[in-house]
Design a binder for this molecule. Sequence first.
Ligand SMILES: [Zn+2]
Length: 141
Amino acid sequence: MIKYNLKCKNKHEFESWFSDSKEFEKLRQKKIIECTLCGTKNVQKSIMSPSILSKNQKVKNIQSARYLKKIRKDLLKMRNFIEKNFNYVGDNFPQEVRNIYYDKNKNKNIYGKATPEETEELREEGIELTTIPWIDNKKEN
Ligand SMILES: [Zn+2]
């Protein structure tokens, strides 16, 4: 199961569970997903990353503290690597990506924020992006 944070065209935010991302897309396209506050069917995924919940035993083991700690360590390493080697452009990411992609003289590594819709648009233009889980490097748990 995946939990998505959703946002309607009137900027209401709410959460909903789906069996996977394909199910979400299917329901969204059929306009079955409704805003819980105003009832509009114009609903998008909001920027936050999905959480997982599983009743399957195998997957449950993966959720164990030890395993999560290891993943956390790997993600931290990845984060450090990116911070060292890439320039942060924040919310300007989609625009900066295009600037660099279409300008042969520019050769820069950047990272920043994009909504799922912006990421999808860039992919449609043929720009390959990688989305990575971004974890807080200040908290230790
Ligand atoms: Zn709404």
